[in-house]
Design a protein. Structure first.
Length: 248
């Protein structure tokens, strides 16, 4: 028996990076997967085919996670196509790093909308079918930077810290309905988002990482799988750090 057999997972931003790895891991464990992207049309189509080839139902939706009306429409479309939503992974996110002196209001708003408002937007939608089913797992992608802060990442860190407060509040609000809500706080993971960190050699970052390397998207997908399946049935309101020890 696979860990997510017959479950329906909705994952935002699964055309690339961590979301892509989570979608693949979930499908390998038998989940039917609905996922979103914003601009990577070709990669999303390729991902849809890759997941379908595993024998599960998979569908890509172009949907801006920061747009409330789009989230409403997305949840309605997924309910129509898949019948339910058992697992929601709020993964879509961006960074617009800049020192505060140079950070424009537009940059601040863009990050808040894509990273934090997005989590409110979709969580508000998925709790409806989850409350009806009296079951659900919501997984939010925070960051080690949301726990510790980081120079030059004020907006990103604030959005990721906000996700932690939201996660704990939703866990408290909906625990009695058997809806769990947890966050993952990854460290530096090898994706497009962190590609620039390798300029001049990745090794310079390793002194701050006890495991002395960047993480792989699959290693975050393993944590997401744990939080999605019944192996974590008594875990809610938690922030699981998967950061090679960076947050110690
Ligand atoms: P990534 O490689 O840049 O991929 C981002 C994904 O999100 C893409 O699929 C992208 O879609 C999608 N996306 C971005 N904005 C969107 C929007 N407004 N609406 C819908 N989809 C949107 O990023 P990643 O490194 O995998 O990061 C995934 C999550 O983990 C983010 O929340 C990030 O903050 C968090 N995280 C990452 C790291 C890290 O080191 N990489 C560390 C801690 C936390 P398109 O392909 O269509 O653009």
């Amino acid at each position: 028996m696979k860990l997510l057999e017959n479950k329906v997972a909705l994952i935002t931003g699964a055309s690339r990076g961590i979301g892509e790895a989570i979608a693949l891991k979930f499908a390998q464990q038998g989940a039917n997967v609905a996922f979103t992207y914003l601009s990577s049309e070709e990669r999303a189509k390729a991902q849809e085919e890759k997941l379908s080839a595993l024998g599960v139902k998979a569908k890509a939706y172009k949907s801006d996670a920061g747009d409330y009306a789009a989230a409403e429409q997305l949840a309605a479309d997924v309910m129509k196509e898949f019948g339910t939503i058992d697992i929601c992974v709020n993964n879509a996110g961006i960074s617009r790093d800049n020192l505060l002196l140079r950070m424009t209001p537009e940059q601040w708003d863009e990050v808040m909308q894509a990273n934090l408002k997005s989590v409110y937007n979709l969580t508000k939608q998925v709790i409806k079918p989850m409350m009806k089913a009296r079951s659900g797992s919501i997984i939010n992608l925070s960051s080690v930077v949301g726990v510790k802060g980081n120079a030059g990442q004020g907006s990103y860190a604030a959005s990721k810290a906000g996700i932690i407060g939201f996660t704990k509040s939703i866990a408290a609000e909906l625990g009695s309905r058997n809806i769990r809500c947890n966050a993952i706080a990854p460290g530096f993971i090898e994706t497009d988002m962190t590609h620039y960190l390798k300029d001049g050699g990745a090794e310079k970052w390793f002194s701050g990482i006890p495991l002395a390397r960047f993480g792989k998207p699959e290693e975050i997908a393993d944590v997401a799988l744990f939080l999605a399946c019944d192996m974590s049935s008594y875990v809610t309101g938690q922030v699981i750090s998967a950061c090679g020890g960076m947050s110690m």
